[in-house]
Design a protein around this ligand. Structure first.
Ligand code: UDP
Length: 416
């Protein structure tokens, strides 16, 4: 069997306060027809990145709802994850050297994973595959004659303008699925024909260590522990060191903003995901752009930055930025909004579902724009607070876990 990820138990009723009692009732209603169903979800990493984050909440909540939920990981070596990272970027439009060798390397690993899955694939009623890395499992299991249940593919990335060669390889695979889920309609490729295509944005867990309330002293202490002055303004971006997240643009925006706000500090915190070998190289590039500046803090999980620290950094920030150039959704934006922060974020992809420009934060399209909005917000505490409150409300209504799980369950029930 593929390695499974153990999850800590969670209880739906505990979410009533954050999400509202009505959201709990709706979710229970949606779970009724699926009692006892065996539901497998598969992705490529238990740590780092948005999908792992979601699954640590969804799987235990599904279990609490009476569904037999399991989370399994596909296995791969560094070369495989370098290839799938290339695929991930290519499906968001980047170039990739793709031909028979790459296809063969992809299938070799996927077939090995399918054999491990075949031992247990049959008894599952529903299988939800996350992102491109494991998407080929469906075909490999069909080859083995070992596929059972309804299969759904959840595409977390922006598939609106994929590299045509790479997409030509994946399209027929995707079309084998009983249902395909995109974050938003813009991400659907016309070649994805269904039979079911659903649009479901992701969500955050308001009770996770990353999002639960924190005492102000803890926030202060955490900032101080990492050499950040809690009494000076702080601009923060939390994200992987990745070209799409534009950490270098963030540093440039910081240097511009600092011309207006001389005591401004910048923090970029990013974890090094296990399936992201490119991260280290991009951290080095970002470090070079920082050029030893004492008020630019670059931190990673290698310095002990975990969920609690991210929580404290987001809460302790004067302004949160997410200057992405491409963004499937941007859970970090949701997390900061839930903490009552006005977010200055790239006017791209799923960020546009979240940030209402001028109401819950600002959408920006350049380094100059980003710097100007940061300066504006830092100078206007009242506006920050007003936008922050609106941001939190928007997340409560649309982007908390219970709503997303409910959407999944309704889709599953409709597949019968
Ligand atoms: N994250 C984290 N530590 C970090 C950087 C990111 O825990 O140093 C988390 C972040 O809080 C968020 C997720 O990783 O929950 C990133 O999801 P997002 O959708 O923003 O981007 P992705 O990495 O999936 O492209």
């Amino acid at each position: 069997m593929l390695p499974t990820v153990p999850v800590a138990p969670k209880h739906v009723d505990d979410y009533a306060e954050a999400a509202g009692g009505e959201a709990v009732d709706r979710l229970r209603e949606a779970a009724k027809p699926l009692q006892g169903a065996r539901f497998l979800q598969v992705n490529s990493t238990a740590f780092g990145g948005g999908v792992a984050e979601l699954l640590h909440t969804h799987v235990p909540l599904l279990q609490d709802l009476g569904i037999e939920a399991t989370w399994a990981l596909i296995e791969g070596d560094e070369a495989f994850f370098a290839l799938t990272k290339g695929i991930h970027n290519a499906l968001q439009g980047a170039p990739l050297d793709w031909g028979p060798d790459q296809e063969a390397a992809y299938w070799e690993r996927i077939r090995a994973n399918a054999e491990l899955l075949a031992e247990l694939a049959d008894p599952f009623d529903f299988v939800l595959i996350h992102d491109p890395q494991p998407v080929g499992l469906i075909l490999a299991l069909d080859e083995l004659g070992a596929r059972g249940g309804k299969w759904m593919w959840r595409c977390h990335i922006d598939l609106s303008s994929p590299n045509p060669t790479v997409w030509a390889f994946f399209e027929p695979i995707v079309n084998r699925y009983d249902a395909v889920i995109f974050t938003m309609e813009d991400y659907r490729q016309p070649g994805v024909v269904g039979p079911h295509v659903a649009f479901i944005p992701p969500s955050i867990d308001p009770l996770s260590p990353k999002n639960a309330p924190l005492a102000p002293e803890t926030v202060r202490e955490t900032l101080i522990r990492y050499g950040i002055d809690p009494d000076r303004p702080l601009m923060t971006q939390v994200s992987r060191f990745d070209p799409w997240k534009d950490p270098i643009g963030v540093i440039d925006a910081f240097f511009l903003a600092r011309m207006e706000i001389p005591d401004l500090q910048l923090l970029i915190a990013g974890s090094m995901a296990h399936d992201d070998p490119e991260g280290m190289r991009f951290l080095d590039l970002t470090e070079a752009r920082r050029d030893g500046h004492p008020d630019v803090h670059l931190l990673t999980d290698l310095q002990g930055v975990g969920n609690l620290e991210i929580n404290a950094f987001q809460r302790g920030s004067t302004v949160v930025v997410q200057k992405s150039l491409r963004e499937g959704f941007g859970l970090v934006v949701t997390e900061a909004m839930w903490k009552g922060k006005a977010v200055v974020a790239g006017n791209v992809g799923g960020i546009r579902l979240q940030v209402v420009d001028g109401e819950t934060g600002y959408l920006v399209s350049s380094i100059e724009d980003c710097a100007a909005r940061v300066v504006e917000l830092i100078r206007d505490p009242e506006r920050r607070e007003r936008m922050g409150l609106a941001a939190r409300e928007r997340v409560r209504e649309r982007f908390l876990s219970l709503r997303e799980i409910e959407d999944h369950l309704r889709l599953m029930a409709s597949l019968g």
